[in-house]
Structures are given as structure tokens and as C-alpha cells.
Design a protein around this ligand. Sequence first.
Ligand code: PLP
Ligand code: ZN
Length: 427
Amino acid sequence: MAVQVTENTPTVALGPAVALSCRECGQRNPLGPIFACQDCFGPLEVAYDLPSGDPEGLKKQIEAGPDNIWRYAPLLPVPADVADKPNLNPGFTKLVQADRLAAELGVTGGLYVKDDSGNPTHSFKDRVVAIAVEAARAFGFTTLSCSSTGNLAGAVGAAARRAGFKSCVFIPHDLEAGKVVMAAVYGGDLVGIEGNYDDVNRFCSELIGDPLGEGWGFVNVNLRPYYGEGSKTLAYEICEQLGWRLPDQIVIPIASGSQLTKIDKGLKELIALGLVEDKPYKIFGAQAEGCSPVSAAFKAGHDVVRPQKPKTIAKSLAIGNPADGPYVLDIARRTGGAVEDVNDEQVVDAIKLLARTEGIFAETAGGVTVGVTKKLIEDGVLDPSLTTVVLNTGDGLKTLDAVAPTSGPTATIRPDLDAFRAAGLAG
Ligand SMILES: *Cc1c(COP(=O)(O)O)cnc(C)c1O
Ligand SMILES: [Zn+2]
């Protein structure tokens, strides 16, 4: 039986967070390391008592805060003194006005790339882990863990060291070298599982129910409700960086779908709090063709997602059975957006397009998002006359293999001028 709590009686001090509420039936639970509704098994999410009533005062407070996600602490499930605790302090990454990419794609309404490769471990995962670390602290966990498609393992390893936790993280055995080294270098335990991400995730769920996993905080399983809230900071930052304005269209990559659903939650909060004007926005989801269960469901008009066996170079997005898939479908349809996919060749082309036009080297997930943006414009689905934000969620240095075969020296020559002249590169 779920314990009934009343609003404003949290059991731990996590700022404005007051309860965990079921996304399916609305049943409320006290804040704790639980992730599924005891009544209907629906996913739980953080419910808040947010600081409404003085939007201008709140804006000023945020703008005076640190240059990281803790400037939004009044809107997050973290203690009020979070900025003083040892944490990697991610966020406030660059929103790049991408005029040259816009010209190439024919976007006239303003195109921006939110570049989360600038986070401490070079992916957006630092945001979600930072929140989960504070929840783990509040609940007394001493070991941090996760099931990861690559970036999360590195983010957890690094955050655990900074915050003084032990860590043991789980990845599919066949990830890119850049992801494996990033996950290993921080020194916690790293376990390769013989299987794909969905096998890793199933294994971790079993571990949580077993005495072997006792005392472990799995950031994206038993701490998932808190973890997810970290993605709201992308919504907050984008709007603040646009001058407290909503973009008209946002293109977001989908792995489990958590990031996309929480960006929508963040945008709705900003509207409800009066920090931005209430106007429509459209959310678009991006997948790789070789792992496109949400895109397939969107196109077929289904509201359930049929699991797939992933086969794509976009390994950070290779979740065949995405937990938040149905919610992504709801959001894309409700906002008038869409979910689309591109093949591996288009992913590589898009990585190079972004690098060539804006000097941003994205990982394969960024290639998926830029590639889908291009496709949606060509298909007349995305309106080029509207303000559009595209997410780059990771760093190309972690997925070098994707572009290495087609990216090398223009010429290799002897160190003399004749050889250089002969190569025809002068002028
Ligand atoms: C994990 C990840 C995502 C998306 O994650 P969700 O599970 O959908 O929240 C996107 N990009 C990169 C690079 C990632 O590592
Ligand atoms: Zn429920």
C-alpha cells in the first residue's frame, strides 16, 4: 500500500519537491528511492510546490545564480544549498546561433544549436546525474550505479568521484572505445554485459530486487524520477538564453525518451510560472533508422511502442524498448510535432555538415538530430520560418569511428615547398 502524504510534507529536504506522483493514476508517494506506482506500476515523477506569484523576482534570482544548472535550484528536486556541495556542476552550455547551418538548410526564422558537448564529461548526461547524486545523498546511498548506452556510465563515474561515492556501472560489451575509456578512467567498477542495452537494463532491474544490489542508487532506475528532472534544465537554459522566450520548434534525440518528456515538462513549468509568454511550441523527436521504435509508432499512428533489436552507429540512442516511448508520442502529437528517423549514412553526413558549417563536432546522437532536422525541413514538416533549436547532446571525440573512414589529411607530403606546391593546396 502506498503511504499517503499531503502536499508540503516531504520526508527529505529536496527543495520544492513534495512527492512522487504516478504519471498514470496520479497516486502520490513520499519522496524516496522508488520509481513505480504500487497501485498500477506506472512511472513516478517528481511533484512540486513551485515558487509562483513573483515571476520577475524569480527571474532575477535565477539570473544572479551560478553559471550552471544550480541557478534553477528553486525549480529542481535538490536541497537549497546544493551549489555548496561537491558536484560536477554541469549546464549553462552554449546556445549557438547557427547562421551558416541555417543558410545551408534554408531556415530563415533563426536556428540554434544547444551544444551539450560542453558539459564536464561531454554529454547531456551530466545534467541528469547531478540531480540523481543529490537524491542519492539524501537517501543515504553510498554506491552509484546505472545501466548505460555509454555516456551515462562516464557521467556517473566522474560524478561519483567528485561527490565521494563508490560506483559500479553497467554497459553493453560492444561500445565505442571513447565511451568505454571515459567510463573506466574515473576508477570505479565498470562491467561490460554480453548483450545490448535492453539486456543491461533488465539485468540492473533484477539486481535492484536482489540483496546483491542493496544500498545501491541506480541513477536511471530506482532514482529515475529525480534523474529525469535534470533534463528540465535544458528547457530552462534554452528559454533564458533566448531572452526568456520559448522557441517555436525543438528537435530532440530519443533513447529512452526521458530527455524529451522532461524538456516538455520544463517548458510547461516556465509558462505556468509566468517566466515566458504562453504560446504554442512544437516538439520533434529524432531516432536512428536502425533503432526507431518511437518513430515507427508515430508514423503508424500507434500509441504503444513495439520493441526493436537495435542496429545503428548511434549507440547512445540504441534503446530498443524505450521506457518513455508512449509519452513521447503523446507530446509530439499534442504539440503538433513529429518523430522521424535517419539512416547511418545520413547520420555521418549530418555530423560533417554541423562540423563544416558551425565548427561543432557532434557525436552520432547529434548527427541523428541534425539529420532528422534536415529531413523534416525537406519534407515540409518543420517550418523553416520559425525559431528552431536543435540539441547536440554529445561529443564527436567519443564516436570517432563514425567519421574516421572519411576524415583524414587532405594530403601527406615531404616537408618541402616543392612537395606542397605539387599537392595543389596553395592560395
Ligand atoms: C542518453 C542520451 C540521449 C537521450 O537519452 P534519453 O534516454 O532519451 O533521455 C541523447 N543523446 C545522448 C548523447 C545520450 O547519451
Ligand atoms: Zn499509478
